[in-house]
Design a protein. Structure first.
Length: 197
């Protein structure tokens, strides 16, 4: 279920994420939160944030935009990720009246990605032990990779997704299907962020 191409700003609030998984994730969560004045779009990867922001003012509806929320994975460098977003914003020269908020996933000053946020929702559930056992078994079979923290989280999420009622969904699709626990306490920080926009 790919996200639709971004052509027009339709709401007074805009959440932007790296890719289609973030679009589906945030759209599903905003629907759950009954927030209807916020549009979610992708900027198609970290390297594309700068040109995306530079072109944002050209999209129809920009003059009605009140709030821009930028999300980005921290990966292994949360400080560098935030600096990268701030540099892209500085180059974009957005109008001063536009409220801009930044959220580095999984949370401030913590390495990781969207997948780490989702993994927290299953912490201490029996499936977490199964996933860790599976990955230990894979290591013993010489499938031991030098993954960064984001890739390690992706492998765990895919193991979790593979045992859901519909086992071939991607993370964003699983969010749309209701497989994530939106009320998990670990999501409190991001929930407050979304509600505060």
């Amino acid at each position: 279920m790919p996200s639709s191409p971004f052509k027009k700003i339709l709401q007074p609030k805009l959440v932007v994420g790296e890719g289609s998984e973030e679009v589906l994730f945030f759209e599903s969560w905003l629907k759950h939160l009954e927030i209807s004045d916020t549009q979610v779009v992708e900027y198609k990867g970290k390297s594309m944030l700068k040109p995306f922001l530079a072109a944002l003012h050209r999209f129809p509806g920009f003059d009605r935009l009140e709030t821009l929320a930028i999300t980005r994975d921290a990966d292994d460098d949360p400080v560098g990720a935030e600096q990268s977003v701030n540099a892209a914003l500085a180059d974009a020269g957005l109008p001063s009246h536009l409220r801009v908020e930044i959220y580095i996933l999984p949370e401030k000053n913590k390495a990781g990605a969207l997948e780490n946020v989702c993994l927290e929702t299953i912490r201490e559930q029996p499936i977490e032990t199964c996933i860790e056992s599976y990955l230990r078994c894979a290591q013993q079979a010489d499938l031991n990779y030098d993954w960064n923290i984001g890739d390690a989280a992706k492998s765990r999420i895919r193991a979790w997704l593979s045992v859901q009622a519909i086992p071939d969904l991607r993370l964003g699709e699983a969010a749309c299907a209701g497989f994530l626990n939106w009320e998990a306490p670990c999501l409190d920080g991001l929930r407050v962020f979304l509600k505060s926009l």
